[in-house]
Design a protein around this ligand. Structure first.
Ligand code: MN
Ligand code: MN
Length: 473
């Protein structure tokens, strides 16, 4: 079966659309470096397009009808949206799903200390990272601090032009003979991923005679200096880290990559590339027969756990509430709705990397620029942990994509015995619905900077539109 670079297939108009989509996507990446920021961005965007919050509609006891658009947010970290279709929901929905959390370093609850004249924040990494990739690069801190009185302080520092950045140090090459003998997993250990946040002792006032600033000296003077700045900037005490969620992420904006500007290099493309393209598809579809739904969740990178992860009952509860407002709620109808639905569970797939060719099966790997990716199954070593989509369902998807001229490729992550990764697909499949893993190929997945092809990002959005408007099984 022939692989094809989809750039060859576009006309002028499509190339223009592709660039517009890429630009909007990069803007989303720049403004959504945490799941909370993504949810904010998405809610702002969809409210402008006529979406209304489910809670408000429940208070109004509004009866939902065809064409109505409704959304619900859970704990500021997950969001689900629905566009009501012509048919009753109990006949099934067409669902897009993706995740909006990404690997990063999370600040611990008692994080601050001083050592060797530096003030540090201690971190615990989130998701799968090659720890050695996170040293000596500029880092930003994004997140929230909830004070005892309940006020929320938003932190977003390191990404604006004039902001300072933070970093993790690494040993100079001149002294690294022993370090370089270590295994890559041990070169930088988890407890060594603490970020440097200051090096200047606390100012304790100006000398009256010479007007020079004097500094505190002795134990923890630098830490005290940083705490004084935190007090002034955010009105927080050291103790407030207890109820904070601060995410340390690579600093800097998404960039076009290559002389031909064909690719995007950015942090957090796993899985915001699928999340944004799904969101855009929801906003582009016209009237639909089956209710269109898009669920964008948190916590995929650590196993879809917790109240905001896909394993939470949040999604099912919201489906029940929407069916209630649509006048067709019963426990049986909710089950029928979920069992009769079709889903594209979207996540990134590994792109073939010629530098590591032996890790892939060349016939069954995604190629950057070859279109949207379908993974019939994920998992590794005997498909363990996989959702293995039904052949009949794949046949249905093929017919839709052929009709709508969407370019796609099929893939596995890598060689059978090498390893693998999970997605949210198996969780939705528990309802008995048709689910297939799909998405966009990414080069150096989970690295601080990941690469995608603009053409694949565009093709994914086209695929999602085709799916929402046509799937019915
Ligand atoms: Mn992912
Ligand atoms: Mn991932």
């Amino acid at each position: 079966m022939e692989k094809k670079n989809v750039w060859e297939c576009y006309d002028e108009k499509q190339l223009e659309e592709l660039e517009v989509h890429a630009k909007e996507y990069m803007d989303f990446l720049d403004n959504g470096k945490t799941e909370r920021e993504c949810v904010d961005f998405i809610v702002n965007r969809i409210e402008k397009e006529g979406y209304r919050e489910l809670q408000a509609l429940m208070k109004e006891k509004k009866a939902l009808k065809k064409g109505d658009k409704v959304y619900a947010v859970w704990m500021n970290k997950s969001v689900v949206m629905f566009q009501m279709g012509e048919k009753p929901m109990c006949e099934g929905m067409n669902i897009l799903g993706a995740h909006i959390d990404s690997p990063r370093l999370d600040v611990k609850q008692n994080p601050m200390y001083e050592e060797g004249g530096f003030a540090y924040l201690d971190t615990h990494y989130y998701g799968g990272v090659k720890k050695y990739q996170w040293v000596t690069i500029p880092l930003a801190i994004h997140g929230v601090i909830i004070k005892k009185d309940g006020t929320c302080v938003e932190v977003n520092i390191g990404d604006k032009e004039d902001d300072p950045v933070f970093f993790v140090s690494d040993l100079l090459i001149h002294l690294a003979t022993e370090q370089l003998e270590k295994k890559a997993s041990k070169v930088i250990e988890g407890e060594a991923l603490d970020i440097i946040i200051g090096n200047k002792p606390l100012s304790i006032g100006k000398n009256k005679e010479d007007g020079k600033e004097s500094k505190e000296s002795g134990k923890d003077a630098v830490k005290k200096g940083v705490l004084a700045i935190l007090k002034e900037s955010y009105d927080i005490e050291e103790e407030d880290f207890i109820s904070a969620e601060l995410e340390v992420v690579p600093a800097g904006k998404a960039k076009e990559a290559g002389f031909d500007r064909s690719m995007i290099l950015a942090y957090g493309q796993d899985d915001r590339v699928c999340a944004f393209s799904s969101l855009k598809a929801m906003l582009e579809i016209g009237e639909v027969e089956r209710t269109a739904c898009c669920i964008l969740v948190d916590k995929e990178e650590i196993g879809s756990v917790g109240a905001t992860g896909m394993e939470s009952k949040f999604f099912e509860n919201m489906v029940a509430e929407v069916m209630n407002l649509a006048g067709e709620y019963s426990e049986l109808n909710v089950r029928r709705c979920l069992a009769s639905s079709c889903m594209l569970s979207s996540d990134v797939s590994s792109a073939f990397d010629p530098s590591f060719a032996s890790s892939f099966d060349k016939k069954n790997v995604a190629y950057l620029g070859n279109g949207m990716v379908f993974n019939k199954f994920t998992g590794a070593r005997g498909k363990s942990g996989s959702n293995d989509a039904n052949a009949e369902y794949l046949g249905h998807i093929r017919s839709i994509f052929a009709k709508e001229k969407v370019h796609f490729q099929t893939a596995e992550l890598g060689k059978v015995d090498l390893g693998g990764g999970g997605t949210i697909a198996y969780i939705l499949a528990l309802y008995g619905m048709n689910v297939i893993d799909s998405g966009v190929a990414v080069l150096n997945m989970h690295a601080p900077w990941e690469a995608t092809s603009k053409a694949d990002v565009y093709e994914a959005k086209r695929g999602y539109v085709a799916f929402l408007e046509n799937a019915s099984m």
